[in-house]
Design a protein around this ligand. Sequence first.
Ligand SMILES: [Zn+2]
Length: 184
Amino acid sequence: MIKTFGLTSGVPLFPPLPKLTNTSHDAFKWLWKSACQNKHKVFFWLLLNDRLSTRELLKRKNMVLPSFTCVCCTLSVEELVCHLFINCPFAQLCWSSIGVVVGQDDAFTTLENLKIQLGVPFSMDIIITMCWCIWMQRNDLIFRGIQPTQDQCHRHFGKEFSLVILRAKVGLKQFMSSWLEAHL
Ligand SMILES: [Zn+2]
């Protein structure tokens, strides 16, 4: 009997984590070319691979939590990656604060749509930073009891993106600063 299978039922105790999609998508190239800090890139790599520690992932790992639902909205739906960053009304408010719309598409279609909507050479930096800020809002509520708001997320985005600009290629800094100024 394989160690990861239950002794009686044959049901895997630790089923393999499903992937959002294959890892050959161009998003993985875009990710590593970003000017974001490494911690943001690793976070986004985990997100794309559906390895981010959402409540749904913890459930897949058979962890016991009082609740597996999203804390950022009142829909009482399971906290899946796609919900947290795309379908959640709170996430949609956060994206709208920088002038873009996310719908009901899967992660990679949403990523492609966001790049088109943003229409700038640093769109991946914007997307990674906003996802990070949404994740931080969620963590602040779970671990510090701070209620997430669109304003807080937007302010945090402004601060984080200013730091991304410092790390960006010289030729893009002015363009990025102008974009940020227009979206603050
Ligand atoms: Zn939600």
